[in-house]
Design a protein. Structure first.
Length: 211
């Protein structure tokens, strides 16, 4: 019994898209869920038990606060594959083909710099000086234990945010000339976040003005 030979795909066949690597801030997600729970608890209590203008003021404040809290905590994310980097910040979504990226910088914040010098902050990968110091302390304790002949728990080589930036730099260095990594940077404003927040601010301002 013979098996058919596996023929290579034709040159013009579309290349399957690679899966995204997703980077988000666990602390931001946890903080956002907690803040939204507090807003919901206090807001629902005021809507149910308050009188006069208070329920309306509470409703307007919730319409303003919920999108803003979600935008700065739950929304930020960075998606990376072999073709491009997609940055979802609180109010914008930036798509950057690898060929358009000049560098990925880390300091007091993490940011991507395009070939024309434009900078975009990576909200989903915040720098944590505390995390860097914690990793450095663990490494120092491990080195000291090793010098005394003891076996110390393995310490992480890099802080989580720094490791994420290292991963992105590897992708940027490996794929700038790929066919799918060509093109211009695109920026889209998050009107789905800005619209409700603006509506809540306007209603709240009107209620306060006529109060």
């Amino acid at each position: 019994m013979t098996t058919p030979d596996h023929q290579p795909p034709p040159p013009d066949a579309p290349r399957p898209e690679s899966r995204d690597r997703i980077y988000r801030s666990p602390a931001g997600l946890a903080g956002g869920v907690l803040l939204l729970a507090i807003i919901g608890w206090l807001g629902i209590d005021a809507l149910v038990s308050a009188h006069g203008r208070t329920p309306w003021l509470t409703l307007a404040a919730m319409i303003l606060l919920v999108p803003l809290v979600s935008a700065f905590t739950l929304r930020p994310a960075v998606y990376a594959n072999e073709d491009r980097l997609r940055v979802r910040n609180p109010f914008r979504v930036i798509v950057l083909p690898w060929s358009a990226i000049a560098s990925l910088r880390s300091g007091y914040s993490n940011e991507v710099v395009t070939t024309d010098g434009t900078k975009y902050q990576l909200w989903a990968i915040p720098v944590s000086l505390r995390s860097r110091k914690r990793v450095a302390r663990r490494q120092a304790r491990g080195a000291a234990a090793g010098a005394r002949g003891r076996v110390a728990p393995a310490a992480p080589a890099r802080a989580q945010a720094d490791q994420a930036m290292d991963d992105l730099r590897e992708l940027a260095a490996a794929h700038p000339a790929a066919e799918g990594a060509q093109g211009a940077v695109s920026v889209r404003w998050a009107y789905e976040v800005m619209g409700p927040a603006l509506a809540g601010a306007v209603v709240l301002a009107i209620l306060l003005a006529v109060g």
